[in-house]
Ligand binder design. Structure first.
Ligand SMILES: [Zn+2]
Ligand SMILES: [Zn+2]
Ligand SMILES: [Zn+2]
Length: 244
């Protein structure tokens, strides 16, 4: 999140701590930190290396990774990993907290904070006699940009995990149609996308019954969102960045 006024203070503390702890290669590490502060994105080690190169600094990948790890250790950076994505790093500004929404289509990351949600989590934990120290909230879905470019109806193969859809039609030849019917799928069936790994088979559920369906066949199933209202795009107030 953007807290640029913090960055001056962050640099001062970085200098103080890294010198006090006699961390080697101070000048180079400080360059890494400065460039890291320039971006508000959630960067991978290689993305940060690229930014360093753009700024005219030639450093080793392992050195950049090592520096990021030190930054995490001293509380200047935070390591995050969304689902099975790569390890990313973001600023860690003391006293500030935010959560993330991750678009499963374009991997766009949107940051948000909501005090009601924060309080609710503390209350829920307390109701279990649990003392909450920290939490991670990650919401996976489809961002407003990706929603805009979606065609309706669309092919089932485009659907993402968690989508609730209705079968509108079968395309393709009689053979494919017959295979789908034999599987037990019908036009008008309401389905949930259980897994959709982006390659290979996907798993859908109709009436809580799982169906494994190859991508070729899924291509021939036309679907539409079940609850269209939830797809109405609201104004996006969160800051976002595009990764991957
Ligand atoms: Zn920042
Ligand atoms: Zn998106
Ligand atoms: Zn973030």
């Amino acid at each position: 999140m953007k807290h640029n006024n913090n960055h001056i203070r962050e640099k001062e503390q970085f200098k103080k701590l890294f010198k006090q702890e006699h961390i080697d290669n101070f000048e180079e590490r400080f360059k890494v930190f400065e460039v890291f502060l320039q971006t508000e994105r959630h960067v991978t080690v290689s993305e940060l290396l690229e930014l360093l190169n753009e700024n005219g600094y030639q450093l080793e990948l392992s050195f950049v990774r090592d520096t990021l790890e030190l930054m995490c250790r001293f509380g200047f950076a935070k390591k995050i990993q969304f689902e099975d994505g790569p390890v990313r790093y973001e600023h860690r500004h003391l006293g500030r907290h935010h959560d993330h929404m991750i678009c499963t289509k374009c991997r766009n990351i949107i940051e948000f904070e909501d005090q009601r949600l924060e309080n609710l989590q503390i209350q829920i934990a307390a109701a279990h006699g649990f003392h909450m120290l920290q939490h991670k909230m990650e919401i996976y879905g489809i961002c407003s940009n990706c929603l805009k470019t979606r065609m309706h109806p669309m092919s089932l193969v485009m659907a993402k995990q968690g989508e609730r859809l209705i079968i509108k039609d079968f395309t393709g030849g009689a053979g494919a149609r017959m295979r789908l019917l034999t599987m037990g799928l019908r036009v008008g069936d309401e389905l949930d996308v259980i897994t959709s790994p982006g390659k290979g088979q996907m798993v859908i559920a109709v009436d809580c019954r799982r169906y494994v369906i190859g991508r070729g066949l899924a291509q021939k199933v036309l679907v539409e969102p079940r609850e269209k209202s939830i797809y109405v795009v609201k104004r996006n107030e969160g800051r976002s960045d595009r990764s991957n």
